[in-house]
Design a protein around this ligand. Structure first.
Ligand code: GDP
Length: 295
């Protein structure tokens, strides 16, 4: 479906080598291909442009023009730089609280409830934790039911309070319940809206202030492209969140949102969602994402 950029770059340089000298102009041409690939992957225009400028400087600094395999060196440079741009190493999750409180934020439909379940399942099965899921969406009874269904699937208790219209109170009661019953991680699923609005932001900011979570995670649908960046910025401005969850990477997207979001809010992407099942969760590895973006 996508052309393989690594192969393309390598080939471009080989052809050029056969016909004589590789020049700075050729490097610039090849970097245009890189920029096109980034734009195809939905990376923001300015970020793509800055990126190729930086790679060009490095390429010239490293004498890419005179090496035996300039194509391969360029591919490596591009990949390393992309990996660095997305945070270098995989970022961990802070589980130091007693209990650890994890607050989920994001728009409706981003995959918050699904991811809350996946994270609970991951912490239970991979990290030997005893998680409690908390339903704080006071507007949509269906959302509370959905969390109960998810909890049932993975064998994790779900805390909810029927009739209580105060999400701060529900969340605080849930933490008390966790302390009293030996849960060491509390994952709070909050109400989302279809778009950023003041009321939603105030509500989640109040929950955030009251809980002082160890981790505030922002969940975003990787298919939403440039909008993902604006939403991330709006949530980060209010919550100063700790990490990003990129969902629906099993879909038809190159995942350029990973680069744009990291560049704009400068927060690590911690996990990715790769399907609707509870097991479809992965730690985010910047180098793997760079491979995916480059194709
Ligand atoms: P919320 O409104 O933010 O809580 O979003 P939901 O968790 O209800 O998810 C919205 C829809 O996206 C549901 O149909 C989920 O099954 C689906 N979904 C969530 N995460 C993923 C994912 O990683 N991949 C795919 N393909 N679908 C997902």
């Amino acid at each position: 479906m996508f052309d393989n950029l690594s192969e393309k770059l390598d080939k471009a340089f080989h052809v050029l080598k056969g016909h004589g000298k590789i020049t700075e102009v050729n490097v610039a041409d090849t970097l245009k291909e890189v920029r096109r690939a980034l734009l195809d992957a939905d990376v923001n225009f300015k970020i793509a442009k800055d990126f190729t400028t930086k790679v060009k400087e490095k390429a010239i600094g490293q004498n890419v023009l005179t090496t035996l395999q300039p194509g391969q060196l360029m591919v490596k440079l591009v990949k390393d730089e992309l990996t660095e741009l997305m945070g270098g190493d995989a970022a961990g999750i802070n589980l130091s609280g007693n209990p650890t409180v994890i607050l989920m934020s994001g728009l409706q439909g981003s995959g918050k409830t699904t991811f809350s379940g996946k994270l609970a399942n991951y912490l239970k099965t991979k990290k030997n934790k005893k998680p409690l899921l908390v339903a704080c969406d006071i507007y949509r009874p269906a959302a509370i039911n959905q969390l109960h269904v998810v909890g049932g699937q993975i064998g994790v208790e779900v805390y909810s309070e029927e009739g209580n219209r105060n999400p701060v109170e529900i969340a605080q009661n849930a933490v008390k319940h966790a302390k009293a019953n030996g849960y060491n991680v509390v994952i709070v699923d909050t109400a989302g809206r279809l778009a950023v609005d003041e009321e939603m932001m105030n509500e989640i900011a109040n929950v955030h202030k009251a809980l002082q979570p160890q981790e505030t995670l922002f969940v975003v649908d990787s298919m939403t492209g440039q909008d993902a960046v604006n939403t991330a910025k709006a949530f980060n401005d209010r919550l100063n969140f700790d990490g990003v969850i990129l969902t629906k990477l099993d879909g038809d997207t190159r995942g350029g949102a990973a680069i744009s979001i990291k560049s704009v809010v400068n927060k690590p992407i911690k996990f990715i969602g790769t399907g609707e099942k509870m097991e479809a969760i992965d730690v985010f590895y910047p180098n793997r994402m760079a491979d995916r973006i480059l194709g």
